[in-house]
Design a protein around this ligand. Structure first.
Ligand SMILES: NC(=O)c1ccc[n+]([C@@H]2O[C@H](COP(=O)([O-])OP(=O)(O)OC[C@H]3O[C@@H](n4cnc5c(N)ncnc54)[C@H](OP(=O)(O)O)[C@@H]3O)[C@@H](O)[C@H]2O)c1
Length: 251
């Protein structure tokens, strides 16, 4: 018994194996696409926005009026966090490694920006928040930025551990959460779908509602043919990608 019939438009998260013309996916890992949402947008949307929605709304309990700091903000999950932060009514500070990436973040709604190649994250966050610090930090990057951002947390802040694009898993001095009275919160959207499939599906439904209402604008910065899949991955590794790139079987 399945919720789907031949010809339905669906998207899903497979983990591995999606660089292919055809793939078999468990029906419970699929979501029905709303009318009018193209497949390339769905491909760029589901994992990035699903992760950031779970992170900010569910794990971070981000409230309207709070300050959200997003590291790696011009990347796939980062740009999704910038947009969802704005939908949830937060003031969003986007952090990235060059001014072109920061301009993109502003175009997607960021209120303030920090270039962490040239500016001290901790000092700038304190400056931009009048000394209070960040209520929520969204970190998909890791490495040296993590401790600096944690040192800028507000009282009762939530530090969201999303990923380690930098390649280095930070080792955090545990006196910091104590001194700040803040929480370190793990985020793993793939596991949410496994442990709480209804919660994951409800999150995706809310996201599709925001997408079709025009509140979210997934950024597809490049499209690659299937045979060019390795070049797409190379661009990500080289830190050249903004938003999402998609690999198209039919291109
Ligand atoms: N927890 C979850 O459920 C979940 C779900 C999806 C993804 N993730 C993880 O989140 C991370 C980001 O995913 P993404 O799709 O947003 O990736 P992405 O589009 O490549 O973005 C990653 C960002 O990290 C920054 N970065 C810093 N050092 C880097 C380096 N050495 N190499 C590459 N990027 C570097 C880059 O921004 P700057 O150049 O501006 O620093 C880049 O924009 C990954 O580690 C991924 O595995 C976690």
């Amino acid at each position: 018994m399945t919720r789907f019939k031949p010809g339905d438009a669906v998207c899903g998260v497979t983990g591995f194996g999606a660089f292919a013309e055809e793939i078999v996916v468990d029906a419970d890992k699929l979501f029905a696409l709303p009318a009018g949402v193209p497949f390339d947008v769905a491909g760029a949307f589901i994992l990035a926005y699903g992760t950031s929605h779970h992170a900010l709304k569910d794990r971070g309990a981000l409230q309207a009026g709070e300050t959200l700091v997003v590291l790696g903000a011009a990347g796939g999950v980062g740009l999704a966090a910038v947009e969802i932060g704005k939908v949830l009514g937060a003031r969003v500070i986007a952090c990235a490694s060059n001014d072109g990436k920061l301009a993109l973040c502003r175009a997607h709604g960021a209120d303030e920006t920090i270039n962490y190649s040239t500016e001290d994250i901790k000092d700038r966050i304190r400056e931009l928040t009048g000394g209070k610090g960040a209520d929520v930090v969204y970190d998909p990057v890791g490495g040296a930025y993590a401790e600096m951002a944690l040192r800028s947390m507000a009282w009762r802040g939530r530090y969201l551990v999303v990923g380690f694009a930098n390649g280095e898993i930070p080792r955090i001095p545990l006196n910091l959460p104590l001194l700040k009275g803040c929480s370190l919160v793990g985020v793993f959207w793939g596991s949410l779908a496994k442990h709480e499939p209804r919660a994951a599906a409800a999150g995706v439904q809310e996201l599709f509602g925001w997408l079709t209402a025009g509140k979210l604008r997934p950024e597809i910065s490049a499209r690659y043919a299937l045979a060019e899949g390795p070049a797409a991955l190379r661009a990500m590794l080289d830190r050249r990608v903004t938003g999402k790139v998609v690999v198209l079987p039919e291109a």
